[in-house]
Design a protein around this ligand. Structure first.
Ligand code: AHG
Ligand code: MN
Ligand code: MN
Length: 340
């Protein structure tokens, strides 16, 4: 007898969702890709459990000092080092991974897996890590690329240098007041909230859309004097109501958090060129590009001030870029200011 499940059991986990979407769009998919993504969800649950205990770990660490062995015999690690190891470990054992590139490693790791190694994963293991010590939200960002048909036999890591529009998937995890996994494979953006009681990411934000206009702008105002004139002019317009709305400012200093708010509430996030970072501060491959893919899939816009972020062809793994991302309305007004 088929009895309907009680309401509270009708949950969709991220794994179910990926498998379902794969079947819908790629009926012949082998499940390799969902297995790969499960490596990311597993690693981020490991990271989340450490992030949630960050204050406690600091207390334990204070007894011996950084790098020493704590009372439980564990070597104290900085969280970004731990996050990097968790991702390298969980993804490194997936047969489909050919190259792993991380913010924390100067050189990517390449695996010799022949035809089975179909994917390249690029990630920022812990984004906004300066916020960890003050109990403010941090995140993890990832981007998945397919290995090109023409393999670079000499140096497979160069295969990661693909423009963002070629991404197979991108996403982030936000370790905030709750932990959320947000991803796209190019068929919309979906958000899952970690249910700590179950240990699963559960669909909570179906087909996320960025509002056409918002009321927040997000920028490190301390840098404003050094921005090129177009950006200064635009900020002036935002502050004075010239764009037809009174704006408030919000800036956390974790890209994942600042973007997540922009995705949900609309508005704009800016990290323009500055005198100390003339080509921008944020990293193209594992910060700007995945965020731009998600933004566009949610109906938003992302540029480097001159062109679409997803069209930039990278020349190096750790390349930086200016990043402006947000709602259509605010991004159109910015484009106008920058063109003047
Ligand atoms: P990370 O912690 O991975 O190095 O990234 C920090 C980044 C990003 O999260 C944030 O948007 C930006 O740095 C903040 O920079 P400022 O402190 O210069 O505003
Ligand atoms: Mn970062
Ligand atoms: Mn980082």
């Amino acid at each position: 007898m088929n009895r309907p499940l009680p309401e509270q059991q009708l949950i969709i986990t991220v794994q179910q969702h990926i498998l379902h979407k794969q079947k819908e769009h790629f009926p012949t998919a082998s499940g390799t890709f969902s297995w790969l993504l499960s490596g990311i969800t597993l690693a981020t649950k490991m990271i989340e459990s450490k992030v949630r205990r960050a204050g406690l770990l600091d207390v334990l660490g204070a007894a011996g000092g950084a790098g020493d062995t704590n009372v439980q015999g564990e070597v104290q690690q900085k969280l970004d080092v731990y996050a990097n190891r968790a991702l390298l470990h969980c993804l490194g054992v997936r047969e489909s991974v050919a190259v792993l590139a991380s913010e924390e490693n100067e050189l990517p790791t390449c695996f010799n897996r022949g035809e089975a190694g179909k994917y390249i994963v690029v990630f920022d293991p812990l984004d906004g890590s300066s916020n960890i010590d003050v109990n403010v939200s941090v995140g993890t960002i990832f981007s998945i690329l397919a290995r090109p048909e023409q393999h670079d036999v000499e140096d497979p890591s160069r295969e990661a240098l693909q423009p963002g529009y070629k991404q197979v998937a991108a996403g982030y995890v936000l370790y905030g007041s709750s932990t959320m996994f947000v991803y796209t494979t190019g068929q919309g953006v979906y958000g899952f909230t970690l249910d700590p009681a179950v240990g699963a990411y559960v669909l909570s934000h179906d087909n996320m859309r960025m509002p056409e206009q918002g009321k927040y702008y997000s920028v490190n105002e301390a840098n404003a004097e050094g921005f090129p004139p177009g950006y200064r002019n635009y900020l002036h317009q935002l502050r004075t109501g010239e764009l037809g709305r009174e704006y408030s400012s919000r800036y956390i200093g974790s890209l994942v958090s600042d973007f997540h708010r922009t995705l949900l509430k609309g508005g704009i996030f800016l990290y323009p060129p500055t005198p100390s970072h003339p080509t921008g501060k944020l990293r193209l491959l594992y910060e700007a590009s995945p965020i731009a893919f998600i933004a566009e899939q949610a109906g938003g816009v992302a540029t480097d001030g001159k062109q679409r972020v997803l069209d930039i062809v990278p020349t190096s793994i750790h390349q930086r870029t200016p990043l402006m991302v947000g709602s259509r309305h605010e991004m159109a007004a910015l484009a106008k200011c920058l063109a003047e």
